[in-house]
Design a protein around this ligand. Structure first.
Ligand SMILES: Cc1cc2nc3c(=O)[nH]c(=O)nc-3n(C[C@H](O)[C@H](O)[C@H](O)COP(=O)(O)OP(=O)(O)OC[C@H]3O[C@@H](n4cnc5c(N)ncnc54)[C@H](O)[C@@H]3O)c2cc1C
Length: 246
């Protein structure tokens, strides 16, 4: 039998979590509950976040704050791109209604590929992750949070600035219960273009070389074409050239 702790505020959740030892966090439960049922997970103590008031999306001055237990369904209309598009493709209607953004960010790796599709858009958006654990509360860049892994941290909130522009592309199997095979999320943030790939390793990664390549390019208007036109066409041309190199 496992003890189930049911905090009713963020403070209570933080106290109950402590340094995380012996605690299994349960948010939407779409991964944790099947793991318990199948005997792959035997929690000593379970911390259920569903009553801790950690859900909700708040937009102020171009910044979006998303509580850790916000259901993925709420991101479809409430989150900036490319997060909203990635959220739209998670599981099916029931899964999106139950699963949370915090659970997706902290989903344990599936071994060779990530099982949290939202990692890539959060990397592209240069999100910040507020969490508690040993040493108290802190806010990490998404890069640092993913590199360190979620062990020993209880995520409270994820924050991101609305990007100037965003884009995404993916290869997905036409089945509601299939994860993305390969997906790319891109966003132009205040610090430039950030690009992240999902499905090419145990967690989503940024592709610094592609970011740098775009940063190096600064087309100008001239008599032949506008800078806008060149920026639109260039990625397709690079893609065609790379295709020929294969
Ligand atoms: C049928 C099916 C289809 C699915 N399809 C997809 C898909 O297409 N794309 C996709 O990305 N995922 C998919 N998933 C996986 C899963 O639904 C998502 O990753 C989901 O977002 C997990 O969130 P949750 O709240 O249910 O997490 P939970 O199951 O509650 O927790 C998942 C993990 O995160 C930890 N955790 C949860 N919240 C926190 C927190 N606040 N702080 C620290 N740790 C925390 C838990 O301890 C656990 O290790 C699918 C799952 C199922 C069952």
């Amino acid at each position: 039998m496992t003890d189930v702790l049911v905090p009713t505020s963020a403070e209570e959740a933080a106290t109950a979590f402590g340094d995380g030892s012996g605690i299994t966090v349960l948010a939407g439960g779409t991964l944790v509950v099947p793991a318990i049922k199948m005997g792959r997970l035997r929690p000593e103590r379970t911390l259920f976040l569903g009553r801790a008031g950690l859900d909700g999306i708040e937009r102020t001055n171009g910044t979006v704050k998303i509580g850790a237990t916000t259901p993925i369904a709420a991101l479809l209309d409430g989150a900036p791109e490319p997060l909203a598009t990635f959220a739209r493709h998670v599981g099916d209607y029931e899964i999106r209604g139950q699963a949370t953004i915090g659970g997706n960010l902290c989903a344990p790796s599936g071994g060779t590929t990530p099982v949290g599709d939202l990692q890539a858009p959060l990397l592209a958006l240069d999100a910040r992750v507020r969490s508690v654990g040993a040493g108290g509360e802190r806010t990490d860049s998404i890069d640092d949070f993913l590199a360190a892994g979620p062990d020993g941290r209880l995520v409270l909130e994820i924050e991101a600035d609305v990007p100037k522009r965003a884009a995404s592309a993916a290869v997905r199997r036409p089945h509601a219960h299939a994860y993305s095979v390969l997906a790319v999320a891109a966003a132009e943030t205040a610090d430039g273009v950030r690009i992240a790939i999902l499905g090419a390793g145990p967690r989503a990664v940024r592709v610094a070389s592609a970011e740098q390549a775009l940063a190096d390019v600064d087309p100008q208007d001239d008599a032949l074409a506008s800078a806008w036109y060149r920026r639109q066409v260039l990625p397709g041309l690079v893609e065609r050239a790379l295709e020929e190199l294969r």
